[in-house]
Design a protein around this ligand. Structure first.
Ligand code: ADP
Length: 623
């Protein structure tokens, strides 16, 4: 029954990992906590059972934008759904209430504060509810990174609706947060389902921020006319970077909390509707944005916790297609966060410092970045090569003689005077720079002066970062001066060896990266894809819904691989359910057939189907 609904409404053939188990809980009225990564398919876990039960399911969701998106999406699949929030007029609310009473709706979305209002509760007492799903359930926990006090009020649900099962969904939950969710909601012997935190379709890269605009352009040029998010630390940066990119003919807009409500909405809407390609934002942007076709997320700066990074970067590739997360970090930023935490006087400084340290180790570390993330969240990572990060993709070369290089760096620090100078300065000495400070301090007289002059300055800086993340040196004092740790002394004595990586030569790296991106288009007829995209855009504008609600990029790419010539063929494409076939099938077919006639390419090319699509990648790598 569930599978039939998946096929008929969504056009999907199979469950994603843990979906069936999660759906079964909702079908059988057993409380549950479901932790799946972003893009893991949480929404379907409550939407499909709601369709199958034939009664009303309530969904609690924190943001208006998110509700609208989900409801648009459900309706486009032929599922009657609605939301109730402040964006509705009084008469619209009455209409929804009437539809609920007449059992016309399968899902209704509420914000937590609206759901717990006595009037709403009283109204719902008269309704035959199937279950209540709580999305973004980590917001209920003070231990989470996104605590929202209004979620606490959801405690009353258990007492008010003792017969209705409660289902909590989240992407990021530590054990502690999970327990807190269970306690706060007073769940009854819940089934706890925790999926893999890994997102195999995301390619992680990290490099030092050096020449930001050049670095950013190199990334976005790999994704012409596709969507991306650039996160900046300050409001001023968002505006400056956006202006600089616009001057280079990219289509961007800034987004930050200091903008007027209207300007912010405009930026957000234009991004969601694909009128601009890039949003340059502070972290104020993102929560509740379900845009599935974000192909890259660039961080121009280091978040204060690895949890935050995982969440922000995780906004890439929700549709399961290969996408990129690139972190352009600076150690100065790391030190700023560190100081802020140290001086905050807050009660959770230890946790905050652990998260920050993990963030730094992710950025400047020398191990697989997927592994680092997954292990940080308490799961094992078995693969020896993820094929999806700069370390594993061979974009960084192992330094041949890391012990000698490490000794050169550390002995320079000792000779300069321990704890007196920072990493930047040390790199200048090792490079043999004529920098005025170096000369003034007579460090051009040191035996370590110019010892690494055959290396780019950037590489020396990165090695210093790498030594720090491996515990051989530490930063101290007001100016982040560096000094050796006991482990660093072991290295000097040759008793410990670091792992040092160097970015491969720029041209070669650029080529490798472009090839990796191009591979995700394997077998796709790009010209046809563009034509299909134009049609999708027109239909989206007409229906006032985002383009990815019409069809996801994954579905369009598959159509452009197979080039189906019949409605039956179209129906076999993943993501084409009954309603979408009826609404859009013929229109897309016309484009395919016209393209076939014009170019003479073979249609119904099923041998080309399903290459590197989301679930294949997922099955192979993650679960
Ligand atoms: P989450 O809420 O966990 O971030 P979503 O529910 O938004 O994830 O799902 C991400 C994408 O994956 C959506 O486009 C969704 O339609 C798709 N999806 C979900 N389940 C399946 C499935 N069983 N087969 C194929 N695609 C799926």
């Amino acid at each position: 029954m569930l599978l039939a609904a998946l096929k008929s409404y969504w056009g999907y053939e199979s469950f994603r990992p843990l979906q069936e188990e999660a759906m079964t809980c909702a079908m059988q009225g057993r409380d549950s906590v479901v932790v799946l990564p972003t893009g893991g398919g949480k929404s379907l876990c409550y939407q499909a059972p709601a369709v199958c039960q034939g009664r009303l399911a309530i969904v609690v969701s924190p943001l208006i934008a998110l509700m609208k998106d989900q409801v648009d999406s459900l309706r486009s699949c032929g599922i009657p759904a609605a939301f109730i929030n402040s964006s509705l007029t009084a008469s619209q609310k009455v209409e929804v209430a009437n539809d609920i009473r007449a059992n016309k709706l399968r899902l209704v979305y509420f914000s937590p504060e609206r759901l717990v209002q006595p009037k709403t509760i009283e109204f719902l007492h008269g309704i035959d509810l199937s279950f209540i799903a709580i999305d973004e359930a980590h917001c209920i926990s003070e231990w989470g990174h996104d605590f929202r006090p209004e979620f606490r009020q959801l405690r009353i649900l258990r007492d008010e609706f003792p017969k209705v099962s409660l289902h909590a969904f989240t992407a990021t939950a530590t054990e502690q947060v999970r327990l807190d969710i269970i306690n706060q909601l007073n769940l009854r012997d819940p089934t706890v389902l925790v999926g893999s935190f890994d997102r195999p379709n995301l390619v992680y890269r990290a490099e030092r921020r050096d020449d930001p605009i050049r670095q950013i352009c190199e990334i976005i040029d790999r994704y012409p006319r596709e969507s991306g998010i650039i996160y900046c630390t300050t409001r001023k940066d968002t505006e400056e970077i956006s202006a600089q990119l616009n001057a280079r003919a990219y289509r961007t807009r800034p987004y930050h909390a200091g903008m007027s409500d209207q300007a912010r909405h405009e930026s957000q809407d234009e991004f969601i509707e694909d009128k601009i390609d890039i949003i340059v934002a502070t972290v104020a942007f993102g929560m509740g944005i379900d845009k599935s076709n974000v192909r890259y997320v660039i961080h121009l700066g280091m978040p204060k916790a690895l949890e935050n990074y995982q969440q922000e970067a995780g906004r890439a590739g929700r549709d399961g297609l290969q996408s990129e997360c690139c972190l352009l970090y600076s150690i100065a930023e790391f030190m700023r966060w560190k100081k802020m935490i140290e001086t905050s006087g807050a009660s959770n400084t230890v946790t905050a410092m652990t998260s920050l340290q993990a963030m730094n180790e992710f950025a400047a570390g020398v191990v697989c970045r997927h592994k680092r993330l997954v292990e940080y969240f308490g799961q094992a990572f078995e693969k020896s090569n993820c094929q999806a990060c700069d370390v594993c993709l061979g974009e960084m070369d192992e330094v041949e003689n890391p012990l000698i290089v490490g000794q050169k760096i550390l002995s320079s620090i000792v000779r300069q005077g321990q704890g007196r100078f920072g990493g930047e300065y040390t790199a200048l000495v090792l490079k043999g720079s004529k920098d005025e400070r170096v000369i003034r301090n007579q460090h051009d007289q040191l035996s370590t002066y110019g010892l690494l002059n055959d290396q780019p300055l950037q590489t020396i800086r990165e090695w210093i970062d790498q030594l720090a993340t491996q515990g051989f040196l530490q930063r101290v004092g007001e100016y982040n001066q560096i000094e050796l740790t006991p482990q660093g002394w072991q290295l000097i004595r040759g008793e410990a060896t670091p792992r040092l990586l160097r970015a491969t030569e720029a041209k070669q790296r650029k080529k490798k990266r472009a090839e990796k991106t191009a591979a995700s288009w394997d077998g796709v007829d790009r010209e046809l894809f563009e034509d299909l995209r134009v049609l999708r855009h027109e239909l989206a504008v007409e229906a006032d819904i985002p383009a990815y609600v019409v069809f996801t990029d994954e579905t369009l790419r598959e159509v452009a691989r197979v080039r189906p010539s019949t409605l039956d063929g179209m129906r076999r494409i993943r993501g084409v359910g009954d309603k979408k076939l009826a609404d859009y099938g013929q229109l897309f077919l016309d484009v395919v057939i016209e393209h076939g006639e014009r170019t003479g390419v073979v249609l119904d090319n099923w041998s080309n189907a399903g290459r590197a699509t989301a679930d294949q990648v997922t099955d192979d790598f993650a679960w």
